[in-house]
Every structure is written in C-alpha cells, then in structure tokens.
Design a protein. Structure first.
Length: 137
C-alpha cells in the first residue's frame, strides 16, 4: 500500500492514485454518494456556526488590533459558502443519487471537477483560519 494515497472522510479521493482498478468494483463511486448524503446534512451547520462565531468576534473586537483580519477571514468564509452553493453543491446533489446502474457516462469528470473546486475551497478556508489565528496574536 502506498502512503501517498489521499482519503476524504474515509474514502479514497478520485485522482489520488487509487484508481477504480484499486478499489473493489464500484466502491469509490458508492463511497462518494454516501459521503455526499452525510456531509450534505452537516456542512450547513458547520458553515453557519463558523460565520456566526466570526461575526461575534468581529463585533466584539471591532476597536481592537486584528479586527481587520477577523473581518477579512469572515469575507473568505462567505466566499467559501458561495463557492459551495454555486460550484460544489450542484455536483454533489447529482452525485449523491448515483448508483453504478444510473450514473452518467461523465461521472468521473464531474467528480474530478468537484475535487478541483473542493481543493480551492479548502485553500480559502485555510487562509481564513490562518487570518483568525494571526488576529489572536
């Protein structure tokens, strides 16, 4: 087993070196569908909670050093939510209903597109939380 393989939520990430031939039958696609259903219910709570906490922090510390960093972090989190709604959720909503019997011919391309946008979104979220950590100092 290669140590460089990537996993998300316990499932291999498409394009991570774990091609379809490395997984039993349709496990990768089925895992993505399951993950889409599970995370589709959890992500809104996480996003709303993060935005509310950052808003409270920004308001409470408005006249303190680092307030600009907190506001910028909040803007980046809002950007990540917009990216999710416009770019990732539509693909996820399609993918979570797919089975090996009903998936479209281009399902791998759609999942690869989702992966690319997901990586960008994660980079935006990491930048936001880096700004929050910086605001603490």
């Amino acid at each position: 087993m290669n140590d460089h393989r990537s996993f998300r939520d316990g499932y291999p990430v498409e394009g991570s070196g774990l091609g379809d031939s490395a997984l039993p039958e349709d496990s990768g696609q089925l895992g993505r569908a399951h993950g889409g259903r599970m995370l589709g219910a959890v992500m809104p709570v996480w996003y709303i909670g993060s935005l509310v906490l950052v808003a409270i922090w920004a308001l409470a510390g408005w006249h303190r050093p680092g307030a600009g960093l907190v506001v910028t972090a909040g803007a980046l989190l809002i950007l990540s939510v917009i990216m999710s709604i416009l770019l990732l959720v539509p693909i996820n909503n399609r993918g979570k209903t797919w089975t090996p019997e009903n998936r479209p011919a281009d399902w791998k391309e759609q999942m690869n597109r989702w992966d690319r946008w997901h990586y960008v979104r994660v980079a935006v979220i990491i930048a936001a939380f880096a700004l929050l950590v910086t605001a603490l100092t």
